[in-house]
Design a protein around this ligand. Structure first.
Ligand code: ADP
Length: 300
């Protein structure tokens, strides 16, 4: 039996892609897509040619996050053409192929594998410095497929995104063990939503009245601070939103012998930017992930 012709075609197509980075998470909703998008933007901002491939087949969030809903993948003689958000940043998402975003995608493993194969074989990325792959949460068919296909062409490694609480970290351990089993280097773990830091001047203050109503006290609190202790308005209030008594991702990384890439706090500006479909990284206020991004880029 000769070599798998699909695999041969993938290897040929990927020959013009220098680096491939997989972004993984144990659970959904921890910020994996947000981080993938930021990594892609950060690389593009450094003038690299970048592709962002969203293979989260059951919940593709990249199109919404980047304001690309309703866009379609066009085809040319050379293959499928990515949707470009910058001249050097092309995006491909399963979301572009589903006409109704409210529709549930109920596919069994082989069909998912088929689409991932098609994305890697048929998309005409051109010459790329980096391909960032936003994978679905967990370790299922899609992961085995993408790793198998990319390993044939060389994969740099995986970045794992987690939140600080134990329930998320338990699944990250599985993710690390998956990478070790399939021979993918763990480039590092990012702890996202790690506490909330917000200037006191941006807080809303309320008080519960005798009748149980919530009364807005923001105006009162602000003018009280302005008059009596204006320096308070420059303070940043830091709250550990999740229980980190277990040591968070840093301790887990230490236990498992993988690099810790740092903490990204909950950032209301970042969330707002993603909801509005604005590219997260181009917003000056959305640079909470910058240290983690720098560490990844420096490893390449
Ligand atoms: P996942 O890909 O892991 O499912 P997403 O990237 O879709 O997670 O993020 C889930 C939600 O959390 C989105 O609404 C996103 O804007 C928000 N989010 C992610 N990271 C942060 C952060 N550091 N601060 C504020 N909101 C965040």
């Amino acid at each position: 039996k000769g070599p798998d012709p699909d695999l041969v075609a993938i290897v040929e197509r990927m020959a013009t892609v220098k680096h491939k980075i997989l972004v993984l998470s144990g659970k959904g909703g921890v910020g994996k897509s947000t981080f993938s998008a930021q990594l892609a933007f950060a690389l593009a901002a450094r003038d690299f040619e970048v592709g962002l491939l969203d293979i989260d087949i059951c919940g593709p969030s990249i199109p919404k996050m980047l304001g690309l809903e309703g866009r379609e993948i066009r085809r040319s003689n050379c293959g499928w053409i990515p949707v470009y958000v910058e001249s050097n940043l092309g995006v491909i998402s399963i979301g572009f192929t589903i006409p109704n975003p409210d529709e549930a995608v109920i596919w069994r493993g082989p069909r998912k594998t088929g689409l991932i194969k098609q994305f890697l074989r048929d998309v005409d990325w051109g010459e790329l410095d980096f391909l960032v792959v936003d994978a679905p949460p967990g370790t299922s068919d899609e992961h085995i497929s993408i790793v198998q296909f990319l390993q044939a062409t060389g994969i740099d490694g995986a970045v794992i995104v987690t939140t600080p609480q134990q329930v998320s970290l338990i699944d990250v351990r599985k993710e690390v063990s998956f990478c070790k089993k399939v021979g993918v280097e763990v480039l590092g773990v990012v702890e996202n939503m790690s506490g909330l830091s917000q200037p006191l001047s941006e807080f809303k203050f309320t008080r519960t009245t005798e009748t149980g109503e919530q009364k807005d006290m923001t105006e009162w609190a602000m003018s009280y601070m302005r008059e009596n202790a204006p320096e308070m308005l420059n303070l940043i209030a830091c709250t550990e939103v999740f229980d980190t008594s277990g040591g968070g991702a840093a301790k887990m990384c230490n236990d498992m012998g993988v690099p810790f890439l740092g903490k990204v706090p909950l950032d209301p500006q970042l969330c707002k930017a993603a909801e509005e479909g604005r590219s997260c990284f181009s917003d000056d206020k959305c640079q909470a992930s910058a240290p983690a991004l720098k560490m990844i880029i420096e490893k390449m």
